[in-house]
Design a protein around this ligand. Structure first.
Ligand code: ADE
Length: 238
């Protein structure tokens, strides 16, 4: 019997990188409360190479080493068997993938379980990606040394969209992107710090005016920091 709302299966050569992620803060709480489940597979455990090797030289030349298909595919088959499923949405973290955004995270959050493959070195053999039917996802236009940090970014972003992960106190309804705009500035006590005052309107108690101010600030910040999002926002209003 499944006793969680959402399960992440991670294929990696560096399982230890996930220890703090799955046990800290909001994600750690969701694991304790059986809302999220993380199963971390070291695909080196699946290699048939007697020396534990998972990578090899690249056909056709090129720098570095490539992870071969066998350990990845055998690990993937084991995940399917353990999950009792014929098919699970599978993602390969890669700078050549489709770019992660809030909508894509919500799409993945609507599943019950996913598999994420983290590559290292120069990448993985293309046949491995075919065999596991991987959808490639990038977290941005820059290259990192491995897929583990991108996988954590993706999982964090998905998790915030799973029921029960965020408490009321950390609700996502006012997040940046929730209405196509970036978040407005917020303040807490003290009212004056280092000579800087909290904007008067926020102390007025007039909720209508406060909301209007917040919206104006959101629009201003979006226009300044992300003209592309601002254009989209304007077009959606038409
Ligand atoms: N692996 C290395 N760089 C990456 C990126 N930008 N996004 C996803 N996976 C990656």
């Amino acid at each position: 019997m499944k006793d969680y709302n959402y399960k992440f299966n991670i294929m990696t050569l560096f399982p230890e990188m996930f220890n703090d992620f799955v046990s800290s803060s909001i994600i750690g709480r969701a694991v304790k409360n059986n809302i999220l489940d993380f199963k971390i597979y070291n695909f080196r455990d699946y290699t048939l190479d007697p020396h534990g090797k998972v990578d090899d030289y690249v056909f056709g030349g090129g720098n570095g080493m490539l992870i071969g298909p066998q350990p990845i595919y055998d690990c993937y088959k084991d995940i399917l068997e353990n999950s009792g499923k014929k098919n699970i949405t599978t993602i390969y973290m890669s700078p050549r993938g489709e770019r992660l955004n809030q909508n894509l995270a919500k799409e993945f959050a609507s599943e019950e379980e996913i598999v994420i493959l983290c590559g290292h070195y120069e990448g993985v053999d293309e046949r491995a990606l075919k065999l596991i039917n991987a959808r490639e996802v990038s977290i941005g236009d820059y290259v990192l040394t491995g897929g583990e940090i991108p996988a954590m970014v993706l999982m964090d972003c998905i998790s915030r969209n799973i029921n029960g992960v965020l408490g009321n106190e950390d609700s996502s309804s006012t997040d940046s992107f929730s209405d196509g705009l970036l978040e407005y500035p917020q303040y807490t006590r003290p009212r004056v710090y280092e000579g800087m005052e909290v904007p008067e309107i926020l102390l007025s108690g007039n909720h209508k005016l406060i909301e209007q101010w917040q919206k104006e600030q959101s629009i201003m910040i979006t226009k300044q920091n992300r003209p592309d999002l601002y254009e989209q926002y304007k077009n959606n209003l038409k």
